[in-house]
Design a binder for this molecule. Structure first.
Ligand SMILES: Cc1cc2nc3c(=O)[nH]c(=O)nc-3n(C[C@H](O)[C@H](O)[C@H](O)COP(=O)(O)OP(=O)(O)OC[C@H]3O[C@@H](n4cnc5c(N)ncnc54)[C@H](O)[C@@H]3O)c2cc1C
Length: 464
């Protein structure tokens, strides 16, 4: 493996390949709470990657694979965007990391066709800044807005806080340029079109692939004019179930909110100091009268399910604090606790049972101190429930609570992940969700990456 590293240095140059020191350490983990707990709470030293390559062109990326393929060793390679994966997907111990963040240019903004073309290492925040300057937006705003890159968002099949109205990342991506594990560079289509019936859409091979089929180097995404009209507010409910019914009714009637987040009593109490379930909701668009009409209809529906309007303050609180990630981590640490978040999706008929079972099962795990949740990301058929679990920092507790969570989601007919992806943390449960279809993924993987070097270290996707 050392000769591969030497070859990378000799071919790409010292500036583009980090092989030692504090700089390597920066890549020793992503945002997976297990790794942060081990490093910052249990004071473990995490292993470093073998080397970090920082390409400055697509050709550099291609060259990395050509060098790796010339070797008889199957050295693991991990693509690294913003490193904000919470599942270990960009954890690259003993691997060669490809850091994409120097490929970060906005290539073109085409407001007439509502398209942006960007290099994949561009930070979402910077892309959004460029768009806002010309009155446009992706309207894709995950909580990791300040960290995530376009490539990472696509590779994890990300979902933003405004997904109910604007869709998820898969609804935004039209086309991609990728570097395959054999070093070949290709666009997935020769034209950027709103839709085509030209065989299976290859974009879906890469959306959610977590880097295992190739490196995304450029992407074309749809954009929207910045909304000019917004109404927002909050409603409290006597029970989460009533709130869920109201959300379902809104979606059935196509009264589509931009943001809708329904907190259970525990999370509402922690975040807003309220001892009831709380729905914060907004509508937006380009005409005040249309937005107002949506608001009036939504208000009728929500009140019909017992929602009581409590003003705009809670929505504003959320807006102001929604990216306060570091403060939240410090607050948990102060109480001698640690946490993880588990987002599962389910159809409307299963959400209540799934919520109850999580709340009943997880606290039985020794060391788990609290479970709270909110429902967000709404669809006509169902929604995502996002659980936060507080526990005493301990590796065994961590894996036990994850086992219980995954088993519960599967038993109750939910998906094991709505938007964080599989990574290392969920790999062993994926086959229970996909069944025999996992063999299709494996076949594609083998066809594209016969040495199995790219992003499947630590058994990602295929733990056996
Ligand atoms: C505080 C916090 C809040 C979050 N909130 C949300 C949220 O609201 N919604 C949401 O969807 N996610 C959220 N996440 C998860 C995370 O931000 C997303 O998964 C994000 O998409 C990762 O982007 P990244 O650039 O940091 O990717 P990385 O962490 O660097 O990589 C993630 C995966 O994508 C692969 N990858 C990265 N770049 C490429 C590329 N160019 N080509 C191929 N593969 C690539 C990596 O190998 C890895 O498998 C949150 C994370 C944190 C820490």
């Amino acid at each position: 493996m050392q000769d591969i590293v030497e070859k990378l240095v000799n071919t790409l140059g010292r500036d583009k390949v980090i092989t030692s020191g504090e700089l390597l350490r920066r890549y020793s983990r992503d945002f997976w709470p297990l790794l942060i707990m081990r490093e910052q709470v249990l004071n473990e030293e995490l292993p470093n990657p073998l080397a970090v390559v920082i390409p400055e062109s697509v050709d550099d990326v291609s060259l990395v694979f050509r060098i790796i393929n010339e070797s008889n060793d199957a050295v693991p390679v991990v693509v690294y965007g913003g490193g904000s994966s919470v599942t270990g997907a960009s954890y690259g111990a003993y691997s060669i990391i490809i850091d994409m963040t120097k490929l970060n240019k906005v290539i073109n903004i085409n407001t007439y066709d509502s398209l942006i073309t960007v290099e994949s290492g561009a930070k979402l925040r910077d892309v959004e800044d460029s768009l806002n300057k010309v009155g446009y937006s992706l309207r894709h705003i995950p909580q990791s807005f300040n960290y995530a890159t376009i490539g990472g968002l696509i590779a994890t099949m990300s979902s933003g806080q405004y997904s109910t109205l604007y869709g998820n990342i898969e609804d935004m991506v039209l086309n991609m340029e990728v570097v395959l594990p054999n070093g070949e560079v290709t666009w997935l289509r020769r034209n950027n079109i709103p839709r085509a019936s030209t065989g299976p859409s290859l974009k879906y091979l890469f959306i959610g692939s977590e880097g295992m089929f190739g490196v995304i180097t450029k992407a074309v995404l749809r954009i929207v004019p910045l909304p000019t009209s917004t109404m927002y507010g909050a409603y409290k409910f006597n029970s989460l179930e009533h709130g869920i019914e109201a959300l379902r009714e809104l979606m059935m009637r196509r009264i589509i909110p931009a943001v809708a987040r329904l907190y259970d009593e525990s999370e509402a109490s922690l975040r807003f100091g309220l001892d009831k379930s709380l729905l914060i909701i907004s509508f937006e668009g380009y005409y005040d009268d249309l937005v107002r009409m949506l608001w009036v209809k939504a208000d009728e529906i929500i009140k019909g399910y017992g929602g009581e309007y409590v003003g705009g303050r809670y929505f504003e609180d959320w807006l102001r604090t929604r990216f306060n990630v570091e403060e939240e981590i410090e607050a948990v640490k102060k109480y001698g606790l640690w946490f993880d978040t588990i987002e599962v999706s389910a159809t409307w008929s299963r959400i209540n049972q799934l919520y109850r079972d999580f709340r009943e099962t997880l606290p039985r795990v020794n060391g788990v101190m609290g479970v709270m949740a909110h429902v967000s990301h709404l669809y006509v058929n169902g929604a995502c429930t996002y659980f936060t679990v507080l526990f005493k920092p301990n590796v065994n507790t961590y894996w036990e609570l994850w086992s219980k969570a995954m088993e519960t989601a599967l038993r109750d007919g939910g998906s094991i992940s709505h938007h964080h992806g599989i990574g290392i943390v969920r790999s062993r449960w994926l086959r229970h969700e996909l069944g025999n279809a996992l063999s299709i993924l494996r076949a594609v993987k083998t066809a594209l990456d016969s040495k199995g070097v790219l992003n499947t270290k630590s058994g990602m996707f295929f733990p056996d």
